[in-house]
Structure formats: structure tokens, C-alpha cells
Design a protein around this ligand. Structure first.
Ligand code: GAR
Length: 220
């Protein structure tokens, strides 16, 4: 008879993902979840027609829709959203194409456990239309960044970026497609770091495996 084992598998890190649209980053996260040591407990969208909701349902993940149009102001919407998220008791909240500016109450409630992916090499091009703006600025490299969310729009500590070359024939659409492919590799890696307990937000920036990461931190 085998002796009872002292070892037990740690439970996977529970994650809630917020989306507004296609959810291709959500799909990449779904596909890497078991390998990455995390579990997507729920997907919440502010848009009822977000295709990401279909992706979640196909993966058997609970979904919720909370339309911001039903709320008079940002604070009321964000507090209703907080209640939905907290029902699932996530350790991490992941913004994956969630196109809302967040109130300071929301950001501080999830401080250190709220991350976002942004389609530019931050600190360049926060906000929207990043691919067009990168072309207008004649940059030679462009890419995506994952960062902890703070009150400053797209301004929290960068965890990791991935860059690609910009070629003369690029259009906003071609750049967006190539950057998105990189997002799908980058985001699951960062979520897995968080799930392992090795990633923290500190006063001095993001820390991974006891190293404070520079704002320009790039991974392959
Ligand atoms: C992604 O490119 C993501 O970086 C961007 O929206 C897209 C969502 O695509 N997010 C932002 O611009 C946030 N400000 P997806 O729905 O297919 O994952």
C-alpha cells in the first residue's frame, strides 16, 4: 500500500477576465490556463454582443454582462462590476480588451492584482489608435505591453513588453494583426508568473522573481 502523500497540488490561481470585444486574448488565456497554473473563474463583458462571451461559453466558463449604459455614472457602474467580480473571489483580475476607463475606487480595490494589456510599447502611445499613431511617428519598432493598473491611464508599472519591427508597407491593420499575435504569447506568460506567486507590484515597479523590472522590460 502506498503511504499517504504529504504533497498536495496547490489550487490554481483564480482569475476573472474582463472584455469588451473579440476576446482573442481571452482565447489565448483559456488555452494556456492549465499549463500556466491558473483557472478562469469568470468572464465579464460590458457589451452583450462581445464575441469573447461565446469563446468563454464554449470553454465552459461562467459569463456575466454588465452594460455601462444602465448606470448614471462611472462610480456606480464600477461598484456593480466590483460586486460581480468579487462573487468569484479571484486572486487576479485581467483586462483583455476591456475598453473602459476605471474609477479610482475600482483601481484601488484591486491594487496589485489588476493587470492590463495595451497595444503599444508603453510609455509610448497610451490611449487609443495606437497603431496609427505609431505609424505617424515613424517608429521602427512597435509592440504590446502588460502592466499593473494604477490610476494613471495605461501608466502603471510595466511587467513585460514584446516588440516587432515596423516595415514600410505597414498599415494600422497589418500592424494591429502582428501585434495581436504577440499579445497572445505575452499575456499568458505574465498571468502564469502571477499565478506562481512570483510577480508583485511594489512602490518601485513590478517585481518578478525578486528582481525589479525596468519599464522597458522585453521578453521573447
Ligand atoms: C487588444 O489589441 C488589446 O491590446 C487592446 O484591445 C485589443 C483586444 O483584442 N486593448 C486596449 O486597447 C486597451 N486600452 P481582443 O478582444 O481580441 O483580445
Amino acid at each position: 500500500m502506498n503511504a499517504p502523500s504529504d504533497h498536495h497540488t496547490p489550487s490554481p490561481c483564480s482569475v476573472v477576465v474582463l472584455i469588451s470585444g473579440s476576446g482573442s486574448n481571452l482565447q489565448a488565456l483559456i488555452e494556456s490556463a492549465s499549463e500556466g497554473g491558473y483557472r478562469i473563474a469568470a468572464v465579464v463583458s460590458n457589451k452583450a454582443d462581445a464575441f469573447g462571451l461565446t469563446r468563454a461559453k464554449e470553454a465552459g466558463i461562467p459569463t456575466a454582462v454588465l452594460s455601462h449604459l444602465a448606470y448614471a455614472n462611472r462610480e456606480d457602474f464600477d461598484s456593480a462590476l466590483t460586486r460581480i467580480i468579487d462573487n468569484f473571489q479571484p486572486r487576479l483580475v485581467v483586462l483583455a480588451g476591456f475598453m473602459r476607463i476605471l474609477s479610482s475606487a475600482f483601481v484601488s480595490h484591486y491594487a496589485g492584482r489588476l493587470i492590463n494589456i495595451h497595444p503599444s510599447l508603453l510609455p509610448d502611445f497610451p490611449g487609443i489608435n495606437t497603431h496609427q499613431r505609431a505609424l505617424d511617428a515613424n517608429v521602427t519598432r512597435h509592440g504590446a505591453s502588460v502592466h499593473f493598473v494604477t490610476e494613471e491611464l495605461d501608466g502603471g508599472p510595466v511587467i513585460a513588453r514584446h516588440s516587432i519591427p515596423v516595415v514600410p508597407a505597414d498599415t494600422p491593420e497589418s500592424l494591429a494583426a502582428r501585434v495581436l499575435e504577440q499579445e497572445h504569447r505575452l499575456y499568458p506568460k505574465v498571468v502564469a508568473w502571477f499565478a506562481s506567486g512570483d510577480l508583485k507590484m511594489t512602490e518601485r515597479g513590478a517585481r518578478h522573481a525578486n528582481i525589479t523590472l525596468p519599464h522597458t522590460h522585453e521578453i521573447e
